[in-house]
Write a protein that binds this ligand. Sequence first.
Ligand code: ATP
Length: 743
Amino acid sequence: MTQKHPDFEQEAQRLAFTKHYMRQLLEESKRDVQSAQDSIRQSMADLEYLDSSLSYLNILTNARFFEMARDQKEGLEAIKQKPYFARIHFQKEGEPAEKLYIGKTSLFDRETQEPIIVDWRSPVANVYYDGRLGDLTYKVRDEEYNGHLFSKRQYKIEEGQLLDVQDIDLTTNDELLQEALAGKADIRLTEIVSTIQAEQNAIIRAHLKQPILVQGAAGSGKTTIALHRISYFLYTMGEHFNAKELMILAPNQLFIDYIGDVLPELGVDQICQTTYSEYAQQATGIKLKIQNPNEQLEKLVSEDAIDPTVLWLTKMKGSLAYRDVMDRYIRRIEAEIAEQFEDVYIEKYRILKGSHLRKLFLGDFSYMPIEKRIDRIKSVLQNYVRQKKKQILLTLNKRYDDILDKALFGIQDAAKRKQTVTKWIDERDERIPAVEKQAKSTSSNYMKRFKKQKIKALYREFLTNPDLQSELTPEWSDAEHEQFCNAHMKESWALEDLAAIFYLHAKIKGVSEQWKMRVVFIDEVQDYSLFQLAALKEGLETDMFTMVGDLAQGIHSYRSLTDWAPVRELFPRATYKTLQKSYRTTIEIMAVANEILSKMEEDLPLVEPVVRHGDEPTFHEMKELDPAEIELIHQQIRDKGHRSIALICKTSDETMAYTKLLQKAGVMAQTLSESSEIDQDALLVIPSHLAKGLEFDAVIVTAIEKPFHDSALDRKLLYVAVTRAMHELHLVGSARSSFLLEE
Ligand SMILES: Nc1ncnc2c1ncn2[C@@H]1O[C@H](COP(=O)(O)OP(=O)(O)OP(=O)(O)O)[C@@H](O)[C@H]1O
């Protein structure tokens, strides 16, 4: 047994004190919750006979009070078992030294306002993650402070009991990290705040108002970092940003479920977690039956070839060149609209020149989406009409007064005078109300010419109208035009079309407030096309994107990114960072993964595993699926205490077939599809492309009938499959070469 830390008893007392204090607060907040509830009930009852506005005010105040008390109660309950995980002994220049305990949320002494626990996201906690011992500087709201860090200490606390105390210096090798990494796949994500590494911390806390792009190796913590950055962002910028304005884009529903539990643990609620496809359809209000991009991929995997037309279409529709085509289309629509601005009249009076409105539309208001500009022009027109109507009425009234005066005093003959005066009065009494009436409807009548655009129809028109295509894409060859037209004869929608539709919607109608996210986090960004990113950025009018990805896992690269340079051009303000260290896999598994990585065309450095050893990956020769042997491997893994175990196949067809065979032989196997709930007791059978982003304690990769070839796509699929394993890897196939490994 390792020796107890000399301060163990003291630390145990500190923990006891903290827990005691928290218990008191918890009791108090429970009472507060209760009393706020009682007050609300009372106010409701009083509604009947008290002045109702006073009662409403009472209810509102108590509701606010109730929410505060409830939040505090929930906050305390959440950290009760583990109030903090580390301590820094720190001295800020010019102030006395302090011992600060760092936890998931902060807690202050009510009387002294001294911190009992400091939030991990607070500026001073950065010292724990970032600072080596000794003199250092840290930032609070862009201002730099000096300080001295005497010691860093970590605690192992479980169920409110102090188990261990460790002093550390170099965080990279600390024992807490080692222990965390040795943990199980299903309990880990939430506990990472205590072991975040300096290089990860730098990304979590990197300039929040600037975009950031991270190329990180498999298992380097990209997803983890993105989630923690959201938490940090809301903590630091919460005053200016509402959680509802933040969005995280994940590759699929499976992945969303996987991270779904983590965000609330990090104190993040209400943030929109979705996929690009879902988001684009919701934001545009256009529901489309989108071909599953995985089907295309499947085809590519099984047939090793892709229809050249499909390939051309996919690549082209994902490119910025396609955005330029859409821009031309928008300009064409704009020009058509601009043509329709004629002079505006009330009766015979021209109140506004068409050229003036056209100038507003094409010039002054050009920064807005087209239909927003038209709305603005409508209000401009309404104002003009209002003012001009007054002037016209004044002029007319004056004119009639003058004419009447002239008639009354100028015409000698009484009968003639009467006749003339009556004529003018009649004319006036008819004309003035008519002008008033016309003025009322001038703007709305005038604006009727501008019809609302139907985005889907508009885009469909482009896809199917050869003349329009020729006009908008003069750079395409005749053959390309023909291909394009033929491919779209039948209505069908690919993921690529969504970027164009979202873009057209954004530029023509504008993204509505509800969907106007101000901050975007994208995981697996290598699977996006440039146009997808550009459409989002322009539609949302923000570049506050956190993008994390790994080109080595770019299994959709025939349709998406193969290089970060164009993304960096698209986001010129973006900080670019790389992460080379993998926290997921053991050294032994990473060696296999690196062998595959080194065969890739992309110039990616090998991944450095954090020093953690495990069993050597095992190769099992199998010419056809032997359920009994698979079950044996499965059980052996389970006997070692591992819980999440996946069998990763190359294709979905194999996934289905193997699950059936295994189930028939009595093995508890479950196919994991995009919509399924994970059953931790089953052997999860999953195709390689769906496994991306997930992780398992142990992985069995199969290449029984279908070997992985030495092709760009297969290397990536295999790399993805292998790097899902945390502790154990088994390769089951007809030969080692089926896994691109030396015999
Ligand atoms: N600082 C850390 N302390 C403890 N565990 C960590 C740390 N960083 C990452 N991990 C763990 O490493 C594993 C990989 O992290 P994550 O899934 O975020 O990586 P990733 O880069 O998104 O991987 P991939 O690209 O392969 O999907 C997770 O189990 C995560 O909990």
